[in-house]
Design a protein around this ligand. Sequence first.
Ligand SMILES: Nc1ncnc2c1ncn2[C@@H]1O[C@H](COP(=O)(O)OP(=O)(O)OP(=O)(O)O)[C@@H](O)[C@H]1O
Length: 287
Amino acid sequence: MNTQAPAAAQSAPQADAQQPPAPQETAGAPLLGPGETPKIASRDVHVHYGEKHAIKGVNLDIKENEVTAFIGPSGCGKSTFLRCLNRMNDTIDIARVTGRITLDGQDVYDKRVDVVQLRARVGMVFQKPNPFPKSIFENVAYGPRIHGIARGKDEIEDIVMSSLDRAGLLNEVKDYLDQPGTGLSGGQQQRLCIARAIAVSPEVILMDEPCSALDPIATAKIEELIDELRENYTIVIVTHSMQQAARVSQRTAFFHLGNLVECGDTEQIFTNPQHRLTQGYITGRFG
Ligand SMILES: Nc1ncnc2c1ncn2[C@@H]1O[C@H](COP(=O)(O)OP(=O)(O)OP(=O)(O)O)[C@@H](O)[C@H]1O
């Protein structure tokens, strides 16, 4: 597989605002330069749901220890592409993924890949907080137990405490660890889900609109947390909020009708987009 940036992607053309670009015409810098190694690399990735062509030849590199935001109008394929990165689309019968996605250079769609292990390395946090119907402690302990990450009681307890701490939740719940996770507020439940993802030592955390069900205060806490987490994890976030993308991400990828239209430094995308479709979206001309 050719891993060089397509020439058109390097030269960042100005395309017709009415027409979605062909995949090779992605503006900005979707691929890293020579000498830079992506954590995740996608090459010519297409997704079909039956007849529906939802993702059209996406070439994109995701940098390590950065937050990459996926933005774009509803239905443009952000969540579909996110789900390709840890094979969550495998759970959708009619979804067909082609192309190549690598994690640290290894093909995640290789038949020998253990999908359960892959999803431990590339964890996911969903739009609606979805704690298990178990205690706060058990929500976090479950993953390390089934993955055999921790053996003794003390080791499990250490992981639970440090995961809750990293997710910024420990102080609020330390006296109620045996209470049901579902009894927490929405924002706390989402931080519990982040703690649950962290507990299995992922390298990448995918977040699909993690704040859409939360109030502004809970949202601010999650955004702060995302900023702290990027020191140790690679984060990819789908968001409908351009303000959120601008606040939390270092790189932003703009999708439209299944195409990756433009990708670049978040500041550049929001202040000096190269593609007229990106400009139209961020200035609110469509969405
Ligand atoms: N399970 C599915 N079965 C069939 N079609 C689907 C499925 N999931 C998504 N699609 C279609 O694929 C396209 C991309 O959807 P996707 O949810 O990835 O977009 P999105 O940009 O994340 O949208 P939103 O911002 O509204 O969440 C849409 O046309 C959608 O209807």
